[in-house]
Design a protein around this ligand. Structure first.
Ligand SMILES: Nc1ccn([C@@H]2O[C@H](COP(=O)(O)OP(=O)(O)OP(=O)(O)O)[C@@H](O)[C@H]2O)c(=O)n1
Ligand SMILES: C/C(=C\CO)CCC[C@H](C)CCC[C@H](C)CCCC(C)C
Length: 319
């Protein structure tokens, strides 16, 4: 049974040909706003975007890699998806280790300040993690392999945060004042949010991608710009500035749109971009307002910003 009904436009015909060439397709979430109905040049109002993720070959077994993106789909060999996911996990783990090592080296050599190093690690870790998701297979287990990366790093933060082991490079790269116990706050909350987004939303929903863009990109840029140029403080929060908040809104919006475009270009989503831009702008505004509130002492930005973004995105996009 094909669920592909579409207004024949060139992209649709090309995709329709590609999908039919593989096999019958079915959607696992046909009842959600996601749909494997084919690409409309302009989806009907009730279908704000389409998730092509759940396109499977009717004949594939549960564990093999279903059709999604020929470019990344594991070769049709037994265990191909398992091999692909294991390799991707090792590669991303290595990437995480190298990222922290690079910024530790730059800080040690006083090529960048510790605060800037911390914020760049904050910005790059989560965004590169989300960017890496398409290299995992399209099997149902792929998200669990990907989640191993923040899980291992979370354990690393706990071990060093409790001073069960010492890693000065890690502590200098991701803490404000170089105290091990700091690892158990902002950095640990950050990694927990990565786990949440990978497990719950993965590549199937824009909600996790937008949330990570706001936490990593928006909040990170707000800090960098606010510390340097934030002389005009907010009337309700003397710790935050107009420059910081405006920077968060702009960078959060742009990075979110960039992430959605990346996943759309890989075939995971098909957005009505005007509709999407309006909603991402609203989400960025809500996240920026929450981040600007004088609540950092009670709830860390690495919790309030992503959770607010998830709620706002859920209400805007649906799951
Ligand atoms: N909207 C914002 C956000 C941040 N900042 C600047 O960036 C600094 C750190 O911002 P904050 O959100 O507190 O970042 P944290 O992650 O909590 O701080 P740190 O990274 O040092 O833990 C603030 O003191 C302020 O100088 C700003 O001016 N305006
Ligand atoms: C300084 C941070 C938060 C404080 O606001 C970020 C801490 C980052 C962790 C120490 C490392 C997290 C690594 C990611 C889970 C995976 C990154 C992979 C990518 C390919 C580099």
């Amino acid at each position: 049974m094909s669920l592909l009904s579409f207004t024949p436009t060139l992209p649709c015909l090309l995709l329709h040909h590609q999908l039919n060439r593989s096999a019958t397709v079915f959607s696992l979430l046909s009842s959600s706003p996601f749909s494997s109905h084919c690409l409309y040049s302009k989806p009907p109002p009730s279908l704000p975007f389409h998730n092509l993720y759940h396109i499977r070959r009717a004949t594939t077994s549960r564990n093999s890699s279903p059709f999604s993106r020929p470019r990344f789909a594991a070769a049709a060999v037994p265990g191909g998806a398992l091999l692909q996911d294991a390799g991707a996990t090792v590669a991303v783990l290595a990437g995480a280790y190298v990222l922290v090592l690079v910024f530790d080296t730059l800080t040690q050599r006083k090529l960048i300040q510790q605060n800037l190093s911390r914020k760049l690690v904050h910005i790059l870790s989560g965004l590169l993690f989300a960017v890496s998701w398409p290299i995992f297979s399209t099997s149902t287990e792929a998200r669990y392999f990907a989640t191993l990366v923040p899980l291992v790093n979370g354990l690393r933060l706990v071990i060093h945060g409790l001073s069960l082991a010492t890693n000065d490079g890690l502590i200098k790269s991701v803490t404000r004042e170089g105290k091990p116990e700091e690892l158990l706050k902002g950095p640990l909350y950050y990694v927990l949010m990565l786990i949440l987004c990978a497990l719950v939303f993965w590549r199937e929903s824009p909600i996790g991608l937008i949330s990570l863009a706001m936490m990593c990109g928006g909040d990170g840029v707000a800090d960098i710009m606010g510390r340097r140029f934030g002389s005009m403080k907010l009337p309700y929060n003397q710790q935050k500035s107009w420059v910081g908040s405006i920077s968060m809104f702009i960078s959060g919006f742009l990075i979110s749109m960039g992430m959605l475009y990346y996943y759309s270009a890989l075939g995971y989503f098909d957005f009505d971009w005007i509709w999407t831009m309006k909603r991402v702008a609203l989400i960025a505004l809500v996240a920026t307002i929450v981040e600007s509130l004088p609540t950092t002492e009670t709830i860390d930005d690495n919790i309030s910003v992503p959770l607010t973004s998830i709620l706002a995105a859920y209400l805007s996009f649906g799951f």
